[in-house]
Ligand binder design. Structure first.
Ligand SMILES: [Zn+2]
Length: 76
């Protein structure tokens, strides 16, 4: 995979994604698998991964979490 910006090679890594629904509701997802550009630091997340993240955020919200950290569940 190549970086969309600088066309350098992307390296497998992990990132942290922040979802802010409103000023009082923030969910941070840690350890999300991502492709990271060694050149410019651009991070990209696979579509299948971002779908999983969305589901996990939705679940956290339905569990009543208003502000907090969740760890990406690789098995989900
Ligand atoms: Zn780049």
């Amino acid at each position: 995979m190549k970086c969309t910006y600088c066309k350098s090679d992307l390296k497998k890594g992990s990132t942290t994604l922040t979802f802010q629904m409103d000023p009082n509701q923030i969910v941070v997802v840690r350890d999300v698998p991502a492709w990271i550009c060694e050149q410019c630091g651009e991070e990209s997340v696979d579509m299948s991964v971002s779908k999983k993240v969305e589901k996990q955020v939705e679940k956290a919200l339905s569990d009543g979490i208003r502000m907090g950290f969740i760890d990406f569940n690789h098995a989900a």
